[in-house]
Design a protein around this ligand. Structure first.
Ligand SMILES: C[S@@+](CC[C@H](N)C(=O)[O-])C[C@H]1O[C@@H](n2cnc3c(N)ncnc32)[C@H](O)[C@@H]1O
Length: 278
């Protein structure tokens, strides 16, 4: 193909470059061009004869996408709960199913209470930020073991004007929180270390994906800390195959209620654990 000049030619060139690496090259090409110009699909249709400037930067985007880097890392934007967040390598790209964790959490807390909420593994900050929008009287501590993830969370928290309600701390699980905690929410890493993953996942931080040789080790440690600290409510995402093991580990916990929820594909994806006051 000769050097692309117009938007239409760039879409054709991008689709060609993505062939064999993504499932729908044409659609992905349009998404990339839309992200590059921050425009919608109608704009693309109406401007297909426009001469493209900044071709060097666009060419770099196409080559990165052709190497299977997720578009979110290339354009530094991700949509979650109908809002736009900053994202970059070093923090996990939020997944649609995590919106269910938010809905489940909101369904189990009092929206008007002055709750102390701790998020374990805050990553880009999306969970605490959305919860803070819906729980106006709650205060949040967001913990992550990764400084790179905390830097992304910090930027998003500032962008949403929530720095006075979401405090960030670097540490493992609940070790850096001495304050009383009403609710723990977490989407911990829960994939087994030896799992074979799609190539695009290689761009995401291992520490955000892998939870140990079985996969649920971090989650199990979190359960123990929640019990030791006598925390009333834990809202947690988990792997599709971890329900039975979690149920078994909770055998000797004093449980008020335990509800599992499924994701959009019908797989077990998380649980809400309410412990009895001891
Ligand atoms: C699956 S990601 C979730 C990120 C974000 N909350 C979301 O839902 O998109 C898990 C996060 O837990 C962090 N993490 C891993 N091990 C941890 C630990 N022991 N203590 C605290 N955070 C941890 C990772 O750095 C990562 O940001």
């Amino acid at each position: 193909m000769s050097n692309p000049r117009t938007l239409k030619e760039w879409i054709a060139f991008t689709a060609l470059s993505l062939e064999g690496t993504v499932a729908s090259p044409r659609r992905e090409a349009e998404l990339l061009l839309r992200a590059f110009y921050q425009e919608d699909s109608l704009w693309i249709l109406r401007n297909d004869t426009m001469i493209v400037e900044e071709t060097q930067r666009l060419y770099e985007w196409v080559m990165r996408r052709a190497a299977q880097e997720p578009l979110e890392y290339i354009c530094n934007r991700v949509s979650f709960y109908s809002q736009e967040f900053f994202i970059q390598r070093g923090a996990l790209i939020p997944r649609p199913e995590t919106e269910l964790l938010i809905e489940q959490t909101l369904a189990h807390v009092n929206a008007y209470a002055a709750l102390n909420v701790v998020e374990v593994g805050i990553g880009s900050g999306i969970i605490s930020i959305v919860l803070a929008q819906y729980l106006p009287h709650a205060r949040f501590i967001g913990i992550d073991i990764s400084g790179d993830a905390l830097a992304v969370a910090q930027r998003n928290i500032e962008n949403f004007g929530l720095s006075d309600r979401i405090e960030l701390r670097q540490g493992s699980l609940l070790s850096c929180v001495e304050e009383a905690i009403d609710v723990v929410v977490s989407n911990p890493p829960y994939v087994a270390n030896n799992a074979v993953l799609e190539p695009n996942l290689s761009y995401e931080p291992n520490v955000a994906l892998f939870g140990g040789s079985v996969g649920d080790e971090i989650l199990q440690e979190l359960l123990l800390e929640v019990r030791q600290r006598r925390i009333g409510l834990l809202c947690c995402e988990m792997g599709y195959d971890q329900k039975e093991k979690i149920e078994a580990s909770l055998n000797d916990f004093k449980i008020q209620s335990l509800e599992f929820y499924k994701d959009y594909s019908g797989f077990d994806r998380g649980f809400i654990l309410r412990l009895e006051d001891e």
